[in-house]
Design a protein around this ligand. Structure first.
Ligand code: 13P
Ligand code: SF4
Length: 302
């Protein structure tokens, strides 16, 4: 009897389906993934694919974004319960209240948000292009939702734009404290510390490099350094350990996981490919406005 990965591969072929996997997914998901990467890369793939079915191994907003970018495709989320705690912090009503407190300012929306929120914003961004997106607006003041730390990181990088942020955050990245960085510096003096911009500013401020999940992985690939402390979700650490056996990869703390990202299993992927359940739909009117926000982002990120 064919094993589970063989069955998934056969079904992908039969149904002209692809599997996209975010780098926070359990590492075994890569065995069936056609593309593995960060939010920006996977959105770009979703917008260009010729596949009939996209299975998004990630969380809800990612599958929803893929549907917005590829409305004619069938988009399936292996675990329909897999949400994003940061995206859940900003409802449509909370966004409207926030916008009414700061009228007439352009609003940048982190892709970790609902379609309803995207529909009310001017442009979307991911962690790898946030700086470029905010800069592209050419304004001295912008609103940024829902991640306060990514917004403030961008403000610091640009230096000449005031970024007013909504107080959302990622509970996984906020587990990393400046004390963890200090301890790592003492314990591993030769290691470079690489952090995701969803971390608290007191962490990003003292890291050697701050970048998206793919940015961190690329940094390790290119760097001549031999050891690295990784300050982001464990999926990145696991992939780096697998891919660079000759480098020393140290997690900033053990069990730093996003519980939603870890819900997906190979069995779930097989199940949605067999049944085509857990399809993502977006209201047409909302989709029309939300996709504008994503299209603008992809245009600027080209
Ligand atoms: P990136 O994929 O942009 O690095 O973002 C990380 C994240 O939290 C996705 O949920
Ligand atoms: Fe959301 Fe944080 Fe999980 Fe990313 S790591 S999906 S921001 S809760």
């Amino acid at each position: 009897m064919a094993n589970i990965t063989d069955k998934i591969k056969a079904l992908k072929k039969q149904k002209n389906a692809i599997v996209l996997a975010h780098c926070y997914q359990p590492v075994e998901i890569d065995t069936v993934a056609d593309y593995v990467g960060d939010s920006l890369y996977l959105s770009q793939i979703a917008s260009k694919t010729n596949a009939d079915i996209i299975v998004f191994a990630g969380v809800y907003f990612m599958a929803q974004t893929a549907k917005l970018l590829s409305p004619d495709k069938k988009v399936l989320l292996p675990q329909i319960e897999a949400g994003c705690r940061m995206a859940d912090m900003l409802s449509y009503k909370q966004l409207k209240d926030f916008l009414s407190q700061h009228p007439s300012l352009p609003t940048v929306c982190y892709v970790n948000s609902t379609a309803e929120v995207k529909a009310e914003c001017d442009i979307c961004c991911t962690s790898s292009n946030a700086e470029k997106i905010v800069k592209s607006l050419g304004k001295s003041k912008v609103l940024f939702v829902p991640d306060t730390y990514l917004g403030k990181w961008v403000e610091k990088q640009l230096g000449n734009v005031e970024v007013i942020t909504y107080p959302g955050f990622c509970p996984t990245h906020l587990q990393i404290r400046p004390q963890d960085i200090e301890n790592a510096r003492k314990k591993y003096p030769d290691a470079l510390i690489l952090a995701h911009p969803e971390c608290h500013m007191s962490v990003s401020a003292v890291a050697d490099y701050v970048g998206s999940t793919a940015g961190i992985m690329k940094f390790v690939e290119k760097s001549k350094n031999k050891s690295f402390v990784i300050a982001t979700e464990q999926g990145v650490t696991d992939r780096l350990i697998r891919d660079y056996p000759n480098k020393k990869i140290i997690p900033i703390k053990s069990h730093l996981i996003c519980p939603n990202m870890k819900m997906t299993s190979l069995e779930d992927i097989l199940y949605v490919l067999e049944t085509e359940e857990n399809e993502i739909f977006v209201d047409k009117e909302i989709a029309k406005r939300a996709v504008h926000c994503l299209d603008r982002m992809l245009e600027v990120s080209k």
